[in-house]
Design a protein around this ligand. Structure first.
Ligand SMILES: [Cu+2]
Length: 90
């Protein structure tokens, strides 16, 4: 179906896996973050591009809606902006 929601799960375990997520422009999308390890400084995830900032309790999913109306490259990161991931909308 054309308007199926695109949901990608990103595992947070000292880094982001995957750390590049691709979505189709114009279709509803979200990233589901699941932090499975308290390694590193990844207890918060944020995206200035999508006006999102959320704590990530261990082993609980947090969903970030992604606005796919404009093609381009966007980012997310840990709370200190050190560990980064990319979102590609095309
Ligand atoms: Cu950090």
């Amino acid at each position: 179906m054309q308007n199926d929601k695109q949901v990608v799960t990103v595992t947070v375990n000292g880094g982001y896996q995957p750390n590049v997520v691709t979505f189709k422009q114009g279709q509803p999308a979200a990233i589901k973050f699941i932090r499975t390890s308290d390694q590193g400084c990844l207890g918060t995830v944020q995206s200035n591009d999508f006006n999102f900032k959320r704590a990530l309790p261990l082993n609980e999913a947090e969903t970030m809606p992604v606005d796919t109306s404009k093609a381009g490259e966007y980012g997310f990161s840990c709370g200190m902006d050190m560990v980064k991931g990319r979102i590609v909308i095309q």
